[in-house]
Design a protein around this ligand. Structure first.
Ligand SMILES: [Zn+2]
Length: 221
């Protein structure tokens, strides 16, 4: 195992524990991965984030999908992870969680639209909903692949969310912010007031120097 593989596994362990501590997953739910060249390190099947150690993150070949490093069986959502990297050569990490409010929001079947500067800068795209399908299959992995081509985060009906990022930090923050944004929408619906950004407001933020600066910091490993 190379030094950088060791560093990636360490980060996967740390982020997994944070996801659990922040209530984004329960027990063996959810999974994360990070790419190193043609190798994708991902959580092994059935392992709980809170208990996972470096050996619970196994190396899978991006090209063949075969287990190359480690002894455990990769997550059953392996195909979805591999498809994200195939769809987006620019990304280096995938965070998939099962957060309660996002699961509820997905029932609306409505794309989550941007409404704060953080949403525009961190998530960086609207968040569409992929209709429920049995997890772990090729069909759902194909739908996820289609959606992440043009989006950094996707809601999975009756399931959870999947976020991609240049690195683990970016994918992790995106996952937290999707769930947080859904809570805000829920608050807005309770209060009876909701204001989404229009295209001009999104463009203004997208092209602002201060957001470019914040984004560049996030993309640094
Ligand atoms: Zn899942």
């Amino acid at each position: 195992m190379t030094a950088s593989a060791k560093a990636i596994k360490k980060e996967l362990v740390e982020i997994g524990k944070k996801l659990e501590a922040k209530g984004q997953v329960i027990g063996p739910g959810g999974n994360t991965s990070a790419r190193l060249g043609d190798m994708v390190y991902m959580k092994a099947s059935g392992v709980c984030f809170e208990e996972a150690v470096a050996a619970d993150y196994v190396g899978v070949s991006l090209k063949t999908g075969e287990l190359v490093e480690g002894k455990k069986k990769p997550t059953c959502e392996k195909l979805a992870h591999l498809n994200c990297y195939k769809a987006r050569p620019d990304i280096g990490a995938v965070v998939h969680t099962h957060p309660a409010f996002s699961v509820a929001y997905a029932w609306l079947g409505e794309t989550l639209a941007p409404f704060t500067p953080d949403f525009v800068a961190i998530i960086g795209s609207p968040v569409p909903v992929v209709k429920y399908m049995l997890p772990a299959g090729e069909v759902i992995a194909g739908k996820i692949m289609e959606a992440v081509r043009t989006h950094n985060a996707v809601l999975l009906e009756n399931h959870g969310i999947i976020c991609v990022g240049k690195n683990l930090k970016e994918a992790y923050f995106r996952a937290l912010l999707v769930e947080d944004s859904v809570k805000t929408v829920l608050g807005g619906k309770i209060l009876g007031a909701l204001k989404y950004f229009d295209e001009k407001q999104v463009r203004e933020l997208d092209t602002s120097d201060f957001e470019k600066y914040r984004r560049a910091l996030l993309k640094k490993q």
